[in-house]
Design a protein around this ligand. Structure first.
Ligand code: ZN
Length: 245
């Protein structure tokens, strides 16, 4: 089964469409998982939610999703993120908002996988980036693999006997076999990459091949940039897409 794994799509329809097309070029996609932050920052919340739901997405809630459906106060958001959340609240349709309100903080889309936006000890907020944080995640992780998002970076972390977990950046095309080693996997961000590469990120989870692979795909971020400016969202949210920061 080829499963498309995305995170932090952030209402960026152009990026999501490019990811779907690119992932399907290699064969049919049989499921889609999303590790949260479907909305926030971008101009197309309804269309992004509609596209993902039409394909039967299995998703968890990110901090932006929770803010938009009224489950999280905006106090801890920075000014630009809060402004975008307020914009999204005003523009999102009832059906899409109701859907966001149904999203769980953690999910197990497959027996061997736990999915959470930030981390298991702080699903909404923790940026899981260090070996110490990875060790804390592995201590709570009941399944061989966990999938996280939130940092908008593509990487994996491996549990090791008697040593700190190993952290590996996943470049475009990186492949990792799925075996005995327990893993934390981050597909990166489709809608707002922050590693200096503006291309949309995603991951493929292939249980037949027993491997995950990371991918990047070009899309026309200038279209999203223009939509952001025309929508009255902070222009910085558009210009950052052009440089992947
Ligand atoms: Zn995010």
């Amino acid at each position: 089964m080829r499963i498309l794994v995305v995170s932090d799509v952030h209402s960026n329809l152009e990026a999501l469409d490019a990811v779907l097309a690119d992932a399907e070029r290699g064969g049919p996609i049989e499921a889609i998982w999303c590790a949260g932050d479907i909305v926030g920052y971008g101009p197309d919340p309804d269309a992004v939610i509609g596209t993902l739901r039409a394909r039967g997405v299995s998703a968890v809630a990110g901090n932006h999703d929770l803010a938009v459906c009224g489950k999280m106060p905006l106090d801890d958001f920075n000014a630009v993120a809060a402004e975008a959340a307020v914009w999204t609240e005003r523009h999102i349709g009832d059906t899409a908002r109701d859907y966001l309100a149904t999203l769980p903080l953690t999910a197990s889309p497959r027996r061997e996988v736990t999915m959470v936006h930030g981390s298991l000890r702080s699903p909404e907020w923790e940026y899981l980036l260090s070996a110490e944080q990875a060790a804390a995640q592995f201590a709570l992780q009941q399944t061989p693999y966990s999938i996280i998002g939130h940092s908008h970076l593509q990487f994996w972390m491996e549990e090791r006997d008697g040593q700190p977990p190993r952290i590996c950046v996943a470049d475009d095309g990186a492949a990792l076999p799925l075996g005995e080693t327990r893993l934390i996997l981050n597909p990166g961000s489709s809608g707002q990459p922050r590693d200096g590469d503006p291309r949309a990120g995603y991951m493929l989870y292939d249980d037949a091949a027993a491997a995950v692979t990371w991918h990047r795909v070009d899309y026309d971020a200038s279209v999203t940039h223009r939509k952001i400016v025309e929508a009255g969202l902070p222009p910085y949210l558009g210009s950052r897409l052009l440089i992947g920061r």
